[in-house]
Design a binder for this molecule. Sequence first.
Ligand code: NAD
Length: 322
Amino acid sequence: METMILTREDVESLIRMDEAMNAVEEAFKLYALGKAKMPPKVYLEFENGDLRAMPAHLMGYAGIKWVNSHPSNPERGLPTVMALMILNSPETGFPLAVMDATYMTSLRTGAAGGVAAKYLARKDSRVFGFVGCGIQAYFQLEALRRVFKIEEVKAYDIREEAASRFVKYCGEKDISASARSIEDVCRCDVLVTATPSREPVVKAEWIEKGTHINAIGADAAGKQELDFEILKKAKIVVDDLEQAKHGGEINVAISRGVIKVEDIHATLGEVVAGLKTGRESEEEITIFDSTGLAIQDVAVAKIVYENALKSNRGIKIEFFRI
Ligand SMILES: NC(=O)c1ccc[n+]([C@@H]2O[C@H](COP(=O)([O-])OP(=O)(O)OC[C@H]3O[C@@H](n4cnc5c(N)ncnc54)[C@H](O)[C@@H]3O)[C@@H](O)[C@H]2O)c1
């Protein structure tokens, strides 16, 4: 029996954002309904980074993503994050595929942002703000523009060239965009924060009533992008309570007693499955606290694998003779 090997180039050509969004939405729902398994992430820590094992079982597949985070890698000419996914048959455990999961991580994170905004942002949202214009900003934009009619993008990054590049990209997609001050960017209908910050970068007085925030950047202990005051007055929806408590946007506020676990409104899956409400008024401020879940990775890997089978893409290897 053969195992399929798929490179990043293969993965990129085998899945579209709309397919990823459907898969991720379904994964959140199944998880909330108890129809998906996801043991906690395992961290293997080093002096200069870490490796994380992220297993999950859903939609007829099992899989594990093995992903690093080494912030000083760019100095060595290597990316900060590199990931591989092993996709197995839950029935036999056979490794069906080994694939690049670096692109998949960006794609599924963008997809989750799009799904969250679909349930939590005002339907008439037109102005979109981006604080942090690195890789994730592009994937968030790609997902959001499949849900909303984006009329204007406002962009801020501490590196001006990152904001300019993002503005140019929006222009290429026929979206009117400009680089602005951070205060100005925060005055929008949907705000995406995607920085690696460990200090709040967004102040409460900049956030108007009715804003939805996709808080993407905080995905490890000690990371934080939003002022505590925003968390105190917003309706907070997390991807997973355990992960968010330890490493999401809420982690610092919870560890310092600024907010309590009971203040968290719901998981995104509970909202998607209709077990909890999403946005209830035009006025409320909503936050999606994203940490990134293994169920998202496996749901996306399933589509990649099935599309690869259909199009006969990828290399096939007999790892062991049976
Ligand atoms: N929630 C998830 O599932 C998930 C998934 C992927 C990445 N992330 C996190 O999202 C963050 C962004 O990831 P990325 O891949 O886009 O990284 P990136 O390095 O490509 O982009 C980050 C951008 O933020 C900018 N930035 C840094 N500090 C800033 C500040 N104080 N104000 C404004 N801009 C600032 C940088 O200049 C850079 O352009 C990281 O913290 C990453 O760990 C989360």
